[in-house]
Design a binder for this molecule. Sequence first.
Ligand SMILES: Nc1ncnc2c1ncn2[C@@H]1O[C@H](COP(=O)(O)OP(=O)(O)OP(=O)(O)O)[C@@H](O)[C@H]1O
Length: 370
Amino acid sequence: MGGLAVRDVVVHYRDDDGTVATAVDGVSLDIAPGEVLALLGPSGSGKSTLLRAIAGLEPLSAGQVRWDGADLAGVPTHRRGFGLVFQDGQLFPHRDVAGNVGFGLAMTGPGRRDRAAHRARVTELLELMGLGGFERRDVASLSGGERQRVALARSLAPRPRLLLLDEPLSALDRALRERLAGDVRAALVATGTTALFVTHDHDEAFAVADRIAVMDLGRLLQVAEPAELWHRPASRRVAEFLGYEAFVPLARAPEALARAVGVARAAGVDGAGIDGAGADGAGVDGAEDLVLALGPGSLVTAPDGALEGEVTSAGFRRGLVETVAAVDGVGQVTVVEPSGGYAAASQALPVPGARVRLAVDAAAIAVVRG
Ligand SMILES: Nc1ncnc2c1ncn2[C@@H]1O[C@H](COP(=O)(O)OP(=O)(O)OP(=O)(O)O)[C@@H](O)[C@H]1O
């Protein structure tokens, strides 16, 4: 298979006192040509170390990194044909925007031999990144978001066969990050670039990637497409990390909840990720280990809802009302609904302490092994 193949990679660090720590612990991973893979995990899980190992910046203690089937052992970083983008784009302060974007091209692309092609490529990349006309701007005059756009344009200009991005948006504020994540994906797709995007932010991973690899303690927990990852987390740990909030053993779930999930499965509405979760959890091998994971969207307000909870807090968030409720027999869950209904003066936001009735959206509940 073409593209990147990571096989059983182990990376050790030796501390000053001689103790050996394992930062990457036997990871195997493929990235197909043109695919954008997000590597998602909490701080210290080994994401940057894996990225650096792929780049050839960190020696492997075991395993292989291959490109198009060829082992890259012994191939130095600058000969791998990979591009790198870091959190701080590390622009050259003494070059203008065009000078920065053209830098990598001068080394590997049409270079100075063909000035017209060089200029055209710089312009093309700036336009792709929404920076048309920025050629002569001093990089010191750019905003943080613009600087990262320039860094991305620079890394894409020489058409790297793999682009490695290490938390490229994490120095930016949240609103900017969300917008830029969409723009980064669009630029990668438009250029057909194969990419590994390291992030600790699950929203960013979902916005950017074709597939997401979840990493914890140096190991891969799951690799899946975004919708599959969200609806079928492989374990409670993955579900927790993605933002699921309440975990209810099926055997102890309120009847309305267990029944809704069971009925949904029987009807072929596949909200549950594990085969064999019956309506009451009985008579199925291993059903006693099954845990229902609830997150934002799993419960909806409904006057005749079978579940009841007490409001902890409620607030507006961009066209939505988010109500956090302590739900009887379940735990704390965020209920999300369009805010349109609250525009009428007659309807106030739920107040802390108020009781709310909630119905179950079984398709938005995951089943994991506890
Ligand atoms: N140069 C080093 N020497 C010793 N230990 C290191 C070194 N670099 C990283 N580590 C350790 O290896 C583990 C993985 O670190 P790494 O930076 O790869 O994680 P990460 O998931 O990228 O986290 P973050 O998002 O915080 O950068 C951590 O426990 C870290 O302390």
